[in-house]
Design a protein. Structure first.
Length: 425
């Protein structure tokens, strides 16, 4: 049948290709076989409006079902779970490690020498310092601090964190105790103080030589031994003597460090005032240079009682002054055979650099110091004043004792009267 030509105004559609350009294969590429979709011929208008059934899903890839892929997927899942668990555990452990601890009051913990990490963790947990032994031990190992933990006594404050506990144990910030030895103590008196200290341990091998110990305040940790303290004091004294002896002024009438310490011990026992030590040393230096006896009262005491020292409150008697001993400088010129006490650094410095005076005498002045004199007449006047002060003090003390006795007698009489009146009633 012949094709009719369109009339003017009619639309003449162009010829359309049988295949869409998007569906056309590219040159050199094979056209993939597309599954044919069967169109359903509608039987009624209602059926036209209904949607077509969806195509079935594509078949599962054979590669996805391969056993190797299944195994790899399993291990990947396990690895992911392990990483997530480790991250969670690390986060929880970090919060516990840095968080406030369970301690509610200040607590002292003693870490014994040689204690291992497990022992330390258990001790800290039992004393409620840390909340978890496992977290604390794990953190110590992670930080590589297991071999850095130090023994000692540690004082932990309430709420201390496990990190702070570890920092203290690594740095060794343990509790320090102190013991003080005043200048002028004898070696026996120093040993007695060490033996009375309840924190120090052990015995002392032997009595140290007189003058070999440096008086000072010494700090130590719990567990330190008494012999360690003695050894430390001897080292300190040896260094001080060597240093000060090397800096001494020329012309001193002492020839060896031993004589130097001996004279310093006498100066130490004669005065406790720092401003007087060089002056007292100057007096003794002058007397030695002039061949005079030292006439030092402390040498009398040491010659009789030795390193044990005199009884408390002892007053030197005339019989003791007259008693000849190898230390009593009232009976010979020069120095005694050895120190009479352990001098401190100030006394050693005073002998090494004494005052430049012409003074030869001194006596107590009643104020805790001394009156110095260059001549015997001046010294005798100072002695007379001192004896007057002593007499006045004795009289005042006797008056006070008598007044106290009278008051006690009056009180006893009143009690007796009261008792008699009660009996009469």
């Amino acid at each position: 049948m012949a094709r009719q030509r369109n009339r003017p105004g009619d639309y003449d559609p162009p010829d359309m290709p049988a295949v869409s350009p998007l569906d056309m294969p590219v040159e050199g590429e094979e056209l993939l076989e597309q599954p044919q979709r069967r169109r359903i011929a509608p039987k009624s208008p209602r059926q036209v409006l209904q949607p077509e059934a969806a195509p079935p899903p594509p078949p599962r890839s054979q590669k996805a079902r391969h056993p190797l892929v299944v195994v790899l997927n399993f291990f990947v899942m396990v690895a992911v779970l392990i990483v997530l668990s480790a991250a969670g555990a690390f986060y929880f452990g970090s919060r516990q490690f840095d968080g406030q601890g369970p301690l509610t009051e200040t607590t002292s913990v003693l870490i014994q020498p040689g204690a291992g990490l497990d022992t330390i963790s258990n001790l800290l947990s039992r004393q409620n310092v840390i909340e978890s032994e496992f977290i604390f031990s794990a953190a110590v190992r992670v930080f590589g601090s297991e071999s850095d933990l130090k023994a000692g006594e540690y004082l932990f404050q309430p709420g201390v964190s496990m990190r702070e506990v570890l920092d203290d144990l690594v740095s060794g910030r343990s509790v320090l105790h102190a013991i003080t030895f005043p200048e002028g103590l004898t070696s026996q008196q120093i040993v007695d103080r060490l033996l009375l200290d309840p924190i120090l341990t052990g015995e002392i091998a032997e009595l140290p030589p007189e003058g070999s110990l440096m008086p000072d305040t010494y700090k130590f940790t719990r567990g330190a031994t008494r012999q360690q303290m003695i050894d430390q004091m001897m080292r300190m004294q040896e260094r001080a003597v060597a240093d000060i002896w090397a800096r001494r002024v020329p012309g001193l009438p002492v020839e060896t460090p031993e004589e130097f310490v001996t004279l310093a011990s006498i100066v130490e026992k004669e005065t406790g005032r720092a401003d007087e030590r060089p002056r007292v040393a100057g007096v003794f230096i002058n007397r030695l240079n002039q061949g005079m006896r030292l006439d030092s009262d402390p040498t009398i005491i040491y010659g009789i009682y030795g390193s044990a020292g005199p009884p408390s409150g002892h007053v030197i008697l005339r019989s003791e002054i007259d008693k000849k001993t190898e230390y009593n400088t009232y009976h010979f010129t020069g120095l005694p055979p050895g120190p009479i006490a352990n001098p401190g650094r100030a006394a050693l410095e005073a002998v090494a650099n004494p005052s430049r005076t012409d003074e030869l005498f001194f006596v107590a002045d009643g104020t805790g110091g001394h009156a110095f004199a260059s001549t015997l007449d001046e010294h005798n006047r100072n002695v007379a004043r001192w004896r007057q002060i002593e007499a006045e003090r004795r009289a005042a003390a006797e008056a006070a004792e008598a007044e106290a006795a009278e008051a006690a007698e009056a009180g006893a009489a009143e009690e007796g009267t009261g008792g008699a009146e009660e009996a009469a009633e």
